[in-house]
Ligand binder design. Structure first.
Ligand SMILES: [Zn+2]
Length: 480
């Protein structure tokens, strides 16, 4: 069958996509730069044009929904506690490259669709489009194992509805705006007042009962780890995270009314100050007591997790804290510890994997975009120069919601690069961060050109992605 399909003139077949299901044949192919779904056999409910015996279907939302019902593996699904890796893809073209990398490394459960509302706004894509793009990638490469779809960094109950409808399997709640970062500097008197105004109806406890449950208690975490709460520690943890816990409970109730088939991550990784061991314990113990069930949790770790670059901070301190975080996750869960802004942090992957025993999740997103730019820098230098100057211009505004420290005065002067040196710009710390956070501006002005360049050079893009992620996956799975 594959040989026969390859013979059809003007059409390039993706051979790993060919599937026979209940007597029908499905495949993905492209004509010029456009991909389409081909079907022979039962073509019911699909929309397309007949050519000979083949129905040629555009990759629309309707056709995506119909094929998901015919091929159940195209539905994202919960992945449980297995070690997992989140591949965000802002352009919607990268999933096949992610799959090629997975096929070259040790087993790890993938999340192929992963996008926050902030990224959706900046890329002009809907949650459904993000999921469908990943699904077509799954289909193209014939991926048969379970895969997940992460509705990332949801802040409000309203965000949840669209993502449930679209079929997401993994929900990341980020109650960051409810975290009180000022607590660290507050006087004891202020903290006592703040503590009294926590959402006690949600906690189903009085302030006094909360104090009795924690103060003076030594918590044995196993593996030789323990911690003791004094009154100040409890009050500070309660004030810093109490409203955030309330928001998670409200969002959880909303989500469980809509679906039962999901897994949940709780993330407080974007707060100003690190999550202490006691704070992590408090968040987890309270959420568990309140009936929230989650599969992974992302504290804000010590050190700096900037976008698309190595970890910046004290590795020994990171490791000491991580052992404690992992002990808490084993004791109260087990649940996975999650690492956000996780791309390019090669120095910490083995440590992370090791101390969590692989009960761990890693999220990357913008690094696939940077690899796309590496391909464009090589094959379409004019376009790359345009993207780079736009990035320089937009960086002061676009950086505001991201953890980055790149300095424009240290950014490479691209005019001084010869054409064949341009891809090296992507190895520079400042350039990486500047390009990383300005993707929204680049897409707003140059989306069609960027997508066209990558489509024309698909095999180069996929190969570059494969190389980049094999490095990540090998390092992240090596600690076990
Ligand atoms: Zn995050």
């Amino acid at each position: 069958m594959i040989e026969r399909l390859k013979q059809i003139p003007g059409m390039t077949l993706y051979p790993r996509s060919v599937r026979r299901v209940e007597g029908s044949t499905f495949f993905l192919a492209r004509e010029v730069q456009k991909k389409f779904l081909g079907i022979m056999g039962n073509q019911k409910d699909f929309e397309g044009q007949m050519r000979g015996e083949i129905l040629m279907c555009p990759l629309t939302a309707n056709n995506a929904a119909v094929i998901r019902n015919r091929i159940p593996q195209l539905h994202p699904q919960p992945l449980g506690l297995s070690q997992s890796f989140g591949f965000g893809d802002r352009l919607g073209l990268a999933t096949p490259g992610h799959i090629l990398a997975l096929q070259k490394s040790r087993a790890i459960a993938p999340i192929f669709a992963q996008q926050s509302m902030r990224e959706n706004a900046r890329t002009g894509r809907t949650p459904q489009e993000v999921l469908d793009d990943a699904m077509w990638g799954v289909f193209q490469e014939g991926w048969r194992e379970p895969w997940g779809a992460d509705a990332d960094h949801l802040n409000h109950p309203d965000d949840i509805d669209h993502c449930v409808t679209a079929g997401y399997s993994f929900f990341t709640f980020d109650p960051g705006e409810f975290v009180d970062n000022t607590v660290e500097h507050d006087s004891l008197k202020t903290i006592q007042e703040k503590f009294r105004s926590l959402p006690w109806d949600i906690f189903k406890r009085s302030p006094r009962e909360m104090e009795e449950a924690y103060v003076g208690q030594t918590v044995n975490l196993g593996s030789g780890f323990s911690m003791t709460f004094d009154l100040q520690t409890l009050l500070r943890a309660g004030c810093k995270y109490g409203h955030a816990i309330g928001q998670v409970v409200r969002m959880y109730r909303h989500l469980t009314r809509l679906t039962k088939n999901f897994e949940l991550e709780i993330s407080v990784d974007e707060t100003e100050t690190p999550t202490t061991i006691e704070e992590h314990y408090f968040i987890a113990a309270e959420l568990k007591r309140l009936g929230v069930n989650w599969i992974s949790l992302a504290p804000r770790y010590a050190g700096r997790f900037e976008k698309g670059v190595e970890y910046i901070g004290d590795l020994n301190k990171f490791e000491d804290d991580l052992k404690f975080h992992a002990a808490i996750a084993r004791k109260i869960g087990p649940y996975k510890l999650s690492l956000h802004s996780g791309s390019d942090k090669f120095s910490i992957y083995p440590i992370f994997s090791n101390h969590t025993n692989g009960i761990a999740h890693l999220k990357t997103a913008g690094t696939s975009y940077l690899e796309a730019l590496r391909v464009i820098a090589k094959l379409n230098p004019g376009l790359f120069r345009a993207i780079y100057s736009l990035a320089i211009e937009r960086y002061p505004q676009d950086r505001s919601t991201y953890h980055v420290s790149a300095d424009l005065s240290h950014a490479p002067k691209i005019d001084q690069f010869k054409v064949d040196e341009l891809p090296r710009v992507l190895d520079d710390f400042h350039a990486r961060e500047i390009l990383h956070v300005t993707y929204g501006s680049a897409l707003a002005q140059l989306k069609d050109k960027i997508l066209a360049s990558l489509s024309e050079n698909e095999s180069d893009y996929l190969r570059v992605l494969q190389e980049h992620f094999v490095k990540h996956l090998q390092s992240f799975t090596q600690g076990e």
